[in-house]
Ligand binder design. Structure first.
Ligand SMILES: NC(=O)c1ccc[n+]([C@@H]2O[C@H](COP(=O)([O-])OP(=O)(O)OC[C@H]3O[C@@H](n4cnc5c(N)ncnc54)[C@H](O)[C@@H]3O)[C@@H](O)[C@H]2O)c1
Length: 392
């Protein structure tokens, strides 16, 4: 196996994902990390020291890190609004990139990243870890086996109890840093909808609004450090919380409808002030439907109904039990990181693709545009053929 020297841009929070790749016995080492925050760099060094008894180099400038370290690959786990600039810079220097979702905060940004990877013939893998979850794979297997016939419609409801902790206390709440939570959060689900349907959105309409978090007490000084935003089940109900981000202009409730290129119709609904959390998909085909109860965070069942009965049945004609695996996001994170290492070594192509990531951002952007313009339909431009067909 060829040795791999890897680095991280954005070392903490989601940056801990890269730790799954660090395996010196297998020739893979995290050697360096860059962060704009000196305190996070200290945490990064400490983490590697304590977890792996391993010394890493820290940088405050990612360009300096790339210059000094001769890396074989970089994890970009910085905030969404940094992705385009940082990915383009790495790819222009032919350094393979693992890029967190959403690929960028505009469709044009995604296209620019893809054009750069294509022009430099450099590997680009996207962090759509939901494609590595047990329950989504079970749904995909059932669909591919033909058990529900031809897929015609997909509905996804997304309940987010931790919206107030995770998205309205920092940059996520600002349009100019995230565009919309349809990208930040929804890009995952739109990608899964596209994957299960076997096609990408071409036309989107939406409705949504901001009615809860804009009315709650905010921090007054924009420069003030964000408070500890770790998820806390005692932060309930939302109306009794405070300390929110000074700028809040993204919607906390989003509903979009998508028409896919193969004719499948889909909808995605996302709410950030529900008491519980779950992603619930229903896929309807010409011979039946499936639905998941629970998702990656706990055991989950996928129910299959394929006999006609003119009333509701809680359990289907068949029930498929899935259990999360070890590791964060129900085991999806270690799996996707192994996928990146395998991709770098030309062992196996990833299940995610830049094309799919781009179309999920495009559908999220189109949804936000529609929502902000009275629900008008927004069409999505297809990629140019060379990018559509290229294996990144
Ligand atoms: N796939 C998933 O399941 C998943 C889960 C969480 C987050 N994410 C994605 O991961 C990314 C990071 O999310 P997060 O919540 O960890 O964000 P965050 O705000 O906590 O930042 C992550 C790290 O990047 C650093 N950082 C901030 N600005 C930077 C810059 N300009 N350059 C380099 N580093 C910078 C921060 O100091 C921090 O260490 C986002 O794109 C997010 O959408 C994906």
């Amino acid at each position: 196996m060829n040795k791999l020297r890897l680095g991280i841009i954005g070392t903490c929070n989601r940056g801990t994902l890269a730790d799954y790749s660090h395996d010196p016995d297998d020739g893979v080492e995290i050697v360096a990390g860059m962060d704009i925050n000196q305190e996070q760099l200290k945490q990064f060094s400490k983490r590697y020291e304590e977890k792996f008894q391993h010394k890493v180099n820290g940088y405050l400038d990612y360009k300096e890190m790339l210059e000094a370290e001769n890396l074989d690959g970089v994890f970009i786990t910085s905030p969404d609004f940094c992705h385009e600039e940082q990915a383009v810079y790495c790819l222009e220097r032919k350094i393979p990139v693992y890029l967190e979702k959403p690929m960028a905060i505009t469709t044009e940004g995604c296209d620019r990243i893809m054009r750069t990877a294509y022009a430099n013939k450099t590997k680009l893998m996207l962090g759509h870890n939901m494609r590595y979850m047990v329950f989504t794979n079970k749904m995909k297997d059932i669909i591919d086996s033909g058990m529900i016939g031809e897929v015609k419609a997909i509905w996804c409801r997304h309940f987010i109890s931790y919206g107030g902790d995770a998205y309205f206390r920092d940059w996520h709440a600002e349009r100019n840093k995230s565009t919309s939570l349809l990208l930040q959060k929804g890009a995952h689900d739109i990608d899964i909808i596209h994957w299960l349907a076997g096609s990408y959105s071409r036309r989107v309409v939406g409705m949504g609004n901001l009615t809860v978090y804009d009315k709650l007490p905010r921090r007054t000084n924009p420069a003030e450090e964000k408070p500890n935003v770790s998820f806390n089940e005692n932060h309930w109900p939302p109306q009794e919380q405070s300390g929110f981000h000074p700028v809040i202009d993204v919607e906390d409730h989003n509903m979009i409808m998508m028409e896919l290129a193969n004719g499948v119709q889909a909808c995605y609904m996302q709410c950030h002030y529900t008491p519980d959390s779950c992603r619930n998909y229903t896929v309807i085909g010409t011979k039946g439907r499936i639905e998941n109860y629970g998702d990656y965070s706990d055991q989950c069942t996928v129910e299959l109904w394929n006999e006609r009965v003119d009333s509701f049945r809680l359990h289907g004609d068949a029930t498929f039990q899935t259990m999360p695996k070890r590791g964060s996001h129900g085991g999806a994170d270690p799996k996707i990181i192994q996928g990146f290492v395998d991709h770098l070594r030309n062992i196996k192509a990833p299940v995610t693709s830049p094309q799919a990531a781009r179309y999920s951002v495009a559908a999220g952007c189109a949804g936000a545009q529609s929502i902000r313009n009275g629900g008008m339909p927004v069409c999505i431009d297809p990629l140019p053929r060379e990018l559509e067909e290229y294996c990144f």
